[in-house]
Ligand binder design. Structure first.
Ligand code: S3P
Length: 443
C-alpha cells in the first residue's frame, strides 16, 4: 500500500437523493479468522464471500508463507491447512501492511509454534502498540523482540512446548482476546481469557465451528472463555456476511441525504457488532431489518434506511466495543443532528489506524463543525456544516470513507487528501457509493 498512488478526491452534494440496493464486501474480522483457522485446520476450508481487501490479502499471504495453501475456486477461497502445530518457518519477513488485526492475531499463532519469524507493517501499523499482545503471549514461553515502545518490526521465537494462558483483558479488545486464544490452540491444557466487557466473538464462534472445545460463561457484565488446547481443528465451510462496519457508510449516507432510501443487503448483525444501529435509532433513525436469518452461525439481514432528521445523542462508554470502528461515521451523523452529542470513553480510538479521536475531530472541523475533546470524550455541536475544507486521512480507510459521506451533506464540497487506503477494507467503495447516487470525484 505504501508505494501505491495517492488518490485525492472531492466529495460534494449529489444532484438527487441516494436510491437503490447494494451489498457491501465481506466482514473483515471474519475473513481474517477464516483464513487463519483454515490454515490451522486439517483438511480443506471453503470460504464464501471472503473480503478481498488489502488487509485480508496480507493474512492470506502470511498463511501461505507459513506453509498453508490458498487458492480461488470461482468466487470462493480455499485453504488447505497444516493442522495445529504444523505451520513452518517463513523464509522472509511477514508484512502485515495496514492491518492491526492481522498482525495481532498472527502474533498469537506464532507464539505457540516453535518457529522464528519477523513481522512488519506499513507506516501506520508500525506506530501501533503491540505490547497488548506481547505481554500476555510471553507467558506461554514465546520470546518477542520489538522496537522501542513495543512497535513493529518485531521478531518472535515461538515456544517449543507452549504453556496455556490465563489472562484478564486490561482493555476491551477482541484482537487481544483472539491472540491469546490462538496461542492457546497449541498449548497443552486450558487457556482462559476473561473480558470485563464483551467484545466481538467471531473467534469463539469460528473455533466452535472448526471443532474446538470452547465454553463461554457470563461473569458480571463480562465473559470468561475457556479453550481446551491442542484440539484437532477440521476444515469447514465458512460463509462470510457483509461487514456491518462497511455497511455503516452507505447507511449513514442514506440517513443524511434528504429524501434518500437505500437497502444494504446481507449485512452481519452479530449483536456484539450492532452498537451503531442502536445509537442511530436513539437519534431517531428510520432503520428496518428485513430477511433476518442465520448463515454460518452468524445472524445477517438486509438493512433498509430512509432519510431522517436526527437528534443529538449521548453514547455511554460501555457501548464502545460494539461499535468501535464506527465512531468516525457516527461523528459525521452527529454533525448533522439537532443538538450537542457526546460520545464517551473513546481512549481506544487513539491507537487505531490513526489517532482516530484527534483525526475525527479534525475531519469535522475541516467542515466547519464545532467539536471538543474532553478527556476521552468527543463532543459535537450539530447543525448545517459549511464544508469546504481538506480532510487529512492519515492512512486510515475509515476516515476517508467518513469524509466521503460527510461531503454529501456539507454546503461546500469536502476535499479528501487520499482515498487509496479504502482498499484495505472496502474495495469498490467509491464505485458503490456513486452507483447509489453519491458525488465523489477525483480531485
Ligand atoms: C477487530 C477488533 C477491533 C476492531 C478491528 C477488528 C477484530 O480492534 O477495531 O477493526 O477483528 O478483532 P480491537 O480489538 O483492538 O478493539
Amino acid at each position: 500500500m505504501e508505494s501505491s498512488k495517492i488518490r485525492p478526491m472531492l466529495a460534494g452534494r449529489p444532484d438527487a437523493p441516494l436510491r437503490g440496493e447494494a451489498a457491501v464486501p465481506g466482514d473483515k474480522s471474519i475473513s481474517h479468522r477464516a483464513l487463519m483457522f483454515g490454515a490451522l485446520a486439517v483438511g480443506e476450508t471453503r470460504i464464501t464471500g471472503l473480503l478481498e481487501g488489502e488487509d485480508v490479502l496480507r493474512t492470506a499471504a502470511a498463511m501461505r508463507a507459513l506453509g498453508a495453501e490458498t487458492w480461488r475456486d470461482c468466487a470462493d477461497w480455499m485453504v488447505a491447512g497444516r493442522g495445529i502445530g504444523g505451520l513452518t518457518a517463513p523464509g522472509d519477513i511477514l508484512d502485515m501492511g495496514n492491518s492491526g488485526t492481522a498482525a495481532r492475531l498472527l502474533c498469537g499463532i506464532l507464539a505457540s509454534h516453535d518457529i522464528f519469524s519477523v513481522m512488519t507493517g506499513d507506516a501506520s501499523l508500525r506506530k501501533r502498540p503491540m505490547r497488548r499482545v506481547i505481554e500476555p503471549l510471553k507467558a506461554c514461553g514465546a520470546v518477542f523482540c520489538a522496537r522501542p515502545g513495543d512497535r513493529l518490526p518485531l521478531s518472535i521465537q515461538g515456544a517449543r512446548d507452549a504453556l496455556p494462558l490465563t489472562y484478564r483483558l486490561p482493555v476491551a479488545s477482541a484482537q487481544v482476546k483472539s491472540a491469546v486464544l490462538l496461542a492457546g490452540l497449541n498449548a497443552r491444557g486450558i487457556t482462559e481469557v476473561e473480558e470485563p466487557e464483551p467484545t466481538r466473538d467471531h473467534s469463539e464462534n469460528m473455533l466452535r465451528h472448526f471443532g474446538a472445545a470452547i465454553t463461554v460463561g457470563m461473569q458480571g457484565k463480562g465473559r470468561v472463555i475457556r479453550l481446551t488446547g491442542q484440539p484437532e481443528l477440521r476444515g469447514a465451510d465458512v460463509a462470510v456476511p457483509g461487514d456491518p462496519s462497511s455497511a455503516a457508510f452507505p447507511i449513514v449516507a442514506g440517513l443524511l441525504v434528504p429524501e434518500s432510501r437505500l437497502v444494504v443487503t446481507g449485512v452481519g448483525l452479530n449483536p456484539l457488532r450492532t452498537g451503531l444501529f442502536e445509537t442511530l435509532r436513539e437519534m431517531g433513525a428510520e432503520l428496518t431489518i428485513r430477511n433476518q436469518r442465520t448463515e454460518g452461525g452468524e445472524s445477517i439481514g438486509d438493512v433498509v434506511v430512509e432519510h431522517t432528521e436526527l437528534v443529538a445523542v449521548d453514547v455511554p462508554p460501555g457501548r464502545a466495543p460494539s461499535m468501535i470502528d464506527e465512531y468516525p461515521i457516527l461523528a459525521v451523523a452527529c454533525a448533522l443532528a439537532r443538538g450537542t452529542s457526546r460520545l464517551r470513553g473513546l481512549a481506544e480510538l487513539r491507537v487505531k489506524e490513526s489517532d482516530r479521536l484527534a483525526a475525527t475531530a479534525a475531519l469535522l472541523r475541516a467542515g466547519g463543525v464545532r467539536v471538543e475533546i474532553e478527556d476521552d470524550d468527543l463532543i459535537i455541536h450539530g447543525g448545517a456544516p459549511a464544508g469546504g475544507g481538506l480532510v487529512e486521512t492519515h492512512m486510515d480507510h475509515r476516515l476517508a470513507m467518513s469524509a466521503a459521506v460527510f461531503g454529501q451533506v456539507t454546503a461546500a464540497p469536502m476535499k479528501i487528501d487520499d482515498v487509496s487506503f479504502i482498499d484495505t477494507s472496502f474495495p469498490g467503495f467509491v464505485a458503490l457509493m456513486r452507483r447509489l447516487g453519491a458525488s465523489i470525484t477525483p480531485a
